[in-house]
Design a protein around this ligand. Structure first.
Ligand code: AHR
Length: 657
């Protein structure tokens, strides 16, 4: 045993000697004197869009797809099994869709049972139903007896092989529409279960809102949000929550734009809408992707509050997605759109005596949400956008001068539309301009100095959507690998160094269902049971958790560290914790030794070093393991200058009191 240990020690020292022989040395000056640049609390936030099953099938914890038969094909997600196959309808039963056009959520199922032994109604969930052993699930439906003697609904959860995991019989009584509830406690964990319903007795009934929710939701809210997913957002300590997108704001057509007013009130009354991303990409068609708006605008504001994030809603500017129809609202007909924006501010901030404030209070939140930002349009470009933006801006600021407006500069970070948008928005004294960039990892490292020369007297920048693409933009083979995350970290040191002009940033998109996605890469991946954080998530989290309050200078020979020798750096002070946080990114395949030379600042002796790195640039996290995650080391440093090793291809955060 002893000999073995000796050999190991020898090997280790040889390795250390080898790597230090390769280590180049650099000195960074850390100047603690004030730059007078505040890091805004909104600096690192979250972009949420219902893409990749992010809402329905994702964070909105409903497990039944098309629970109230409102999809354009009302039986999508549902299957009827007639166990006697000859002339099935007459032998067993059948389901037809009835509509009550006076309602927003108008469809319901009329089910006629001739032979209760032979009829089964089944729902497939969102790529299956995820069930955790011994957890409790609330099952419910609305039912009206029409005729006959159906006396019970027997609901079962079955596994992939059709074996029953849990059954609940529910007795049917009374006249007219009634609500029925039961609780399932599955005996096993199953990723792709199904719901099966059979009946006792024969006759005719109407059914609607067939719903299944875990009880263990975020904050235990009934009909609430998936806990593991919200927890990951909470852990980021986000400065803001942008919602609901993304192009989904705009819609493929104006009729399909996101209309926040339709997402309020009783969830059973919210009108469904086909999700724009259902047909976003030919290679990932998802015809069963709809928006139930169970996660609507009230729930959105509530989530922002839970996360401690500023709400940042984005609304349609009267232009449908310019990659789709590009439909435009005539300027003289823009008023309802502008009114939507004004009413949203009243919904969020008005007191309970106002029309919209009253609705918020009735939904359970008498206190205002204190919203400070609103976005006009998502990724619009050209004159049409500027003309419409002007009208919105005037109306919003006349009534609500303190609300900060986010305007857009189109889908690219350069080029004709981008230049035009910025030029016009500057003339209009726009407050915050949203920029989007999906590009290669090389683009991100090369652009770490992008904001160094931005005009300090113009609008602030919201880096509202960005992500490094390992293969190419919207390529289905894109991976959330370490190379992409590392390049984003390098780029983000540039965002932080320019915190006087860049005041908000967010990675996009946020979520993806492993079996239901349309767009990759994404920050957090999930299936019906689990979720995992990508390396890109940990980069975001490390920046956000260590954002500090004030920018300080870190430099090499008087220059910002923005790629020379493949090193990138930024530094902040946290006035609240009396702490300094230094972020260093090394994109080289060689370890670097950095001597930190503190000036105008007294540092304590305890150093916390958080290291995020991976064995290879192509490495990824997955459902089985999160190999790429931050590791923390504590050590004691001497007064004055101190040295730290920055491993090859790593992102390191140094924290010192
Ligand atoms: O993040 C995905 C999409 O990319 C957003 O919906 C859109 O704004 C951008 O083009």
């Amino acid at each position: 045993m002893k000999t073995k240990n000796k050999i190991f020690t020898l090997l280790l020292s040889t390795c250390v000697a080898f790597s230090s022989a390769q280590t180049s040395k650099f000195t960074f000056d850390l100047d603690g004197s004030t730059t007078n640049i505040k890091i805004q609390p909104t600096m690192y936030g979250i972009f949420f869009e219902d893409i990749n099953f992010a809402a329905d099938g994702g964070i909105y914890a409903e497990l039944i797809k098309n629970r109230s038969f409102e999809f354009d094909e009302p039986l999508m997600g549902w299957k009827q099994q007639n166990t006697k196959t000859l002339s099935p309808n007459l032998n067993s039963g059948f389901l037809t869709i009835y509509s009550d056009n006076s309602k927003t959520n108008k469809n319901y199922a009329r089910i006629t049972i001739y032979n209760d032994k032979n009829y089964i109604l089944e729902n497939e969930g969102f790529r299956g139903i995820g069930l955790h052993q011994n957890s409790r699930y609330d099952f419910g439906f609305d039912l009206e007896k029409v005729s006959g003697n159906i006396s019970a609904v027997n609901a079962s959860l079955i596994d992939e092989n059709g074996k029953i995991i849990s059954t609940v019989p529910i007795l049917i009584k009374g006249k007219g529409w009634q609500k029925y509830n039961a609780v399932f406690t599955p005996s096993r964990t199953v990723e792709k279960a199904k719901l099966q319903i059979t009946f006792t007795g024969n006759g005719v009934i109407n059914m609607d809102m067939i719903s299944l929710f875990p009880q263990d939701t975020w904050k235990g809210r009934k009909g609430g949000l998936r806990k593991d997913l919200v927890q990951k957002l909470y852990d980021m300590q986000p400065g803001f929550l942008r919602f609901p997108g993304g192009c989904i704001v705009e819609g493929r057509t104006l009729a399909e734009r996101y209309q926040w007013k339709k997402t309020l009130g009783n969830v059973a009354d919210r009108e469904y809408l086909i999700n724009k991303w259902s047909s976003g990409f030919a290679h990932r068609l998802t015809p069963d992707y709809y928006q139930s708006f169970g996660l609507g605008f009230y729930e959105y504001f509530q989530l922002s509050e839970d996360l401690g994030a500023e709400p940042l809603p984005i609304l349609s500017s009267g232009m449908a997605c310019q990659f789709n129809t590009g439909e435009l609202v005539h300027l003289e007909e823009l008023n309802p759109y502008v009114q939507d924006a004004l009413d949203l501010i009243e919904f969020a901030n008005g007191d309970s005596n106002t029309k919209w404030g009253k609705i918020r209070a009735e939904m359970g939140h008498p206190k205002p949400f204190n919203m400070k930002y609103i976005g006009v349009g998502n990724e619009q470009w050209g004159e049409d956008y500027i003309e419409r933006y002007k009208i919105f801006e005037k109306a919003i600021h006349t009534k609500y001068p303190d609300i900060k407006i986010i305007s857009g500069s189109g889908p690219s970070p350069d080029g004709e539309f981008f230049e035009y948008g910025w030029k016009e928005l500057k003339k209009l004294n726009a407050q915050i301009v949203d920029e989007h960039y999906y590009n290669s990892p090389e683009w991100f490292t090369k652009n770490a100095g992008r904001y160094d020369d931005y005009d300090r007297s113009g609008p602030k920048v919201f880096a509202g959507e960005y992500a490094a693409q390992s293969v190419g933009v919207v390529k289905p083979d894109n991976k959330n690998n370490w190379q992409t995350a590392l390049s984003e970290a390098a780029f983000m040191t540039g965002l932080e160094r320019n915190a006087d002009v860049v005041t908000m940033t967010s990675y996009a998109p946020l979520f993806a269902h492993a079996d239901g996605w349309q767009w990759t890469p994404d920050l957090i991946w999930f299936n019906n049971l689990q979720s995992y954080a990508t390396p890109n998530y940990y980069v975001q989290k490390l920046f956000s958790n260590n954002k500090g309050t004030d920018l300080i200078k870190i430099s090499e020979n008087g220059n910002p560290v923005k790629g020379q020798n493949q090193l990138f750096a930024s530094a902040v002070k946290d006035g609240k914790n009396n702490e300094v946080m230094i972020k260093i990114v090394n994109t080289d395949s060689q370890e670097k030794s950095i001597e930190i030379n503190p000036k105008n600042i007294k540092l304590g002796s305890k150093l916390t070093k958080i290291i995020l790195t991976a064995s290879q640039l192509s490495a990824e996290n997955n459902f089985q393991t999160e190999n790429i995650k931050p590791l923390e080391e504590n050590s004691v440093i001497k007064k004055g200058k101190f040295s730290v090793q920055i491993p090859s291809n790593s992102f390191v955060v140094l924290k010192i009191k």
